[in-house]
Design a protein around this ligand. Structure first.
Ligand code: GLY
Length: 289
């Protein structure tokens, strides 16, 4: 099922581990689903809530080289990983992020730290100063596996997971976060959708995190468009259905997770597969890939 709508009223955390052209029944997909569950359970158990829960969940996934975010991210054509992440606080309707940064494992933490800054979207060299201020170590993020794949130009090997995303809905407060290593093998310096309002958005009405081909997500202004439809009264299910139908008609390859202010959830993708999880704060799994 690649269009899910879940009626829900309880505080919840929703995660995705990426959409793409992968076999939904592959071992990699199963591993990704398991990893999402572990990230959600550990993050909830830590007691983190609101935006701290979004960032904690993203950090978990950024630590796991299976996902294309943080450590073990995909390499661009010149052999370097460049990471992008953004968060958005729906109450404040405040977006912040980092774009194409290097050597920092947790771009989501930097994105969060920019929430109260006058500059809210940064790239290098500013991110280096910020990382130092936050005591984030400078690290080599390239795993042997990514390096070997890059040398052989083995793109397919890694289409088991992609961008990661996290949403929180808690007592009418909405938060969104998205983190990515991009598409892999792309032109050096390509900019991802994840730190744009097409890839990550939250307001008092809805929160959305997108995954898949960033150029298509931007062309469709996906997250902002879905939010606007909810804001204008279509309801999350109707808004998501409209975006889904449009994406299918345009033969897009992307997916999203979304939640509205009541706690209702949309999970949808028009790519081959997407890993995802929706879980309440008391641990009930509402949906899982
Ligand atoms: N959605 C991730 C990217 O295309 O960069």
């Amino acid at each position: 099922m690649n269009f899910l709508y879940i009626a829900n009223e309880r505080p919840c955390l929703i995660l995705h581990g990426g959409a793409g052209p992968m076999d939904p029944s592959s071992e990699g997909m199963m591993k990704a689903s398991k990893a999402l569950r572990k990230a959600a359970q550990d993050s909830l158990k830590s007691g983190a809530r609101d935006m701290a829960l979004v960032v904690r969940s993203l950090e978990h996934l950024e630590d796991n080289p299976q996902f294309n975010a943080g450590y073990g991210s995909a390499l661009q054509a010149d052999g370097k990983p460049r990471l992008t992440a953004a968060v958005m606080d729906g109450r404040k309707q405040s977006f912040s992020g980092v774009i194409s940064i290097t050597d920092v494992r947790h771009p989501s933490r930097l994105a969060w730290a920019l929430q109260d800054n006058s500059t809210r979207v940064l790239t290098g060299p500013g991110h280096e100063l910020l990382a130092r201020r936050l005591n984030q170590p400078v690290e080599n993020l390239i795993t042997q596996k990514r390096f070997e794949a890059w040398k052989k130009k083995l793109h397919d090997e890694f289409f088991v997971s992609d961008t990661v995303g996290a949403l929180v809905c808690e007592n009418g407060r909405l938060y969104a976060g998205t983190s990515t290593g991009g598409r892999g093998f792309e032109d050096p310096g390509r900019v991802s959708d994840s730190a744009t309002v097409a890839g990550n958005y939250a307001s008092r009405f809805a929160a959305i995190s997108a995954t898949g081909i960033g150029e298509e997500i931007v062309d469709d202004a996906l997250a902002a468009r879905l939010e606007t439809r909810v804001r204008d009264g279509l309801g999350l299910e109707g808004a998501a259905r409209k975006c889904y139908d449009e994406a299918l008609a345009a033969k897009r390859s992307y997916g999203w997770i979304a939640v509205d202010v009541a706690g209702n959830i949309s999970i949808a993708y028009v790519s081959d597969a997407m890993s995802y999880l929706a879980i309440t704060f008391d641990g009930e799994v509402l949906a899982s890939s």
